[in-house]
Design a protein around this ligand. Structure first.
Ligand code: NDP
Length: 246
């Protein structure tokens, strides 16, 4: 909804990924002043549509729309972002169909890099419903020892310095600096911050961090593309699950 430039880029990238993979997609670009009622009506129509297996509402929505109401309206079976409380609950329990795309992408990067999470000190900086909280749960399910930090955390550096695996999802450019990282740590930078010169930077100061980290993700090009890949994976899974049910 509306014309947020970052949302435009994200939606275009998702559509492109669908095209590349041969996944049929429909885009509904609603104007800023569309009512909540109209948006909910559209979601209900798509919930019922048999040739649509996955639905996502690109966030943020305009202020007059209640984000929670919108998320709750999406059928949990088609909730490929995994934001619906049913899917959030399943992640908590550890028996889930869909995983939120960004934390899932982080886990995939860790797995593919041959990094074993078991018993490791994992520190997640950020506790949003979209990234920080599910990230912490996924690391816990992999038997990491997990600490979640946020804006009220005291002595943050002391916490981050303990991390064997450090995930930064703060939304502040270059927030985590090399001196906050333990020698040899794995550093995953979820942040995407657009600077005044249009350059994208992460939440980790790459230059100082790469000197101490044993592995580190770049921004752009690290977690971002993985997020889209995981969205596609969730969509394929949704299609399979819905065909099994029918
Ligand atoms: P939110 O703004 O929802 O959450 C930010 C979190 O950081 C909050 O939990 C906040 O704490 C914490 N925080 C803020 N300031 C500090 C501080 N000084 N010290 C410690 N913690 C702090 O952001 P998101 O989780 O949605 O996104 C985080 C970043 O990841 C953003 O840069 C976003 O653009 C990016 N992102 C990237 C994606 C990708 O595909 N790669 C997908 C989604 C997001 P508190 O809860 O106390 O306010």
């Amino acid at each position: 909804m509306g014309d947020d430039p970052a949302s435009r880029v994200y939606v275009n990238n998702k559509k492109k990924a669908c095209e590349e993979l041969g996944i049929y997609s429909e885009e509904y670009a609603l104007s800023e002043d569309t009512s909540e009622e109209e948006l909910l009506k559209l979601i209900h129509t798509l919930n019922e549509k048999r040739d649509i297996n996955g639905i996502l509402v690109q966030l943020p929505v305009p202020k007059h729309i209640n984000e929670e109401t919108v998320i709750n309206a999406i059928s949990p079976k088609k909730d490929v972002d995994a934001f619906h409380p049913v899917n959030v609950g399943k992640i908590m329990v550890g028996n889930f169909d869909f995983v939120p795309c960004t934390p899932a992408g982080v886990m995939e990067l860790i797995k593919e890099s041959g990094i074993d999470v078991r018993g490791k000190e994992c520190v997640v900086v950020g506790r949003s419903n979209i990234v920080g909280k599910p990230q912490a749960m996924l690391l816990l399910h992999q038997n990491g020892t997990v600490t979640i930090c946020h804006s009220k955390t005291k002595n943050l550096k002391e916490k981050t310095k303990q991390a064997d695996i450090l995930v930064a999802a703060v939304g502040i450019p270059n927030f985590i600096t090399g001196d906050m990282i333990k020698e040899g740590a794995v550093v995953i930078d979820v942040g995407i911050n657009r600077m005044a010169d249009k350059k994208l930077v992460g939440d980790v100061e790459f230059e100082s961090a790469e000197k101490v980290a044993s592995a580190i993700t770049p921004v752009p090009g690290g977690v971002g593309p993985m997020t889209i890949a995981m969205l596609m994976k969730n969509t394929v899974k949704a299609a399979i699950l819905q065909h099994e049910l029918n």
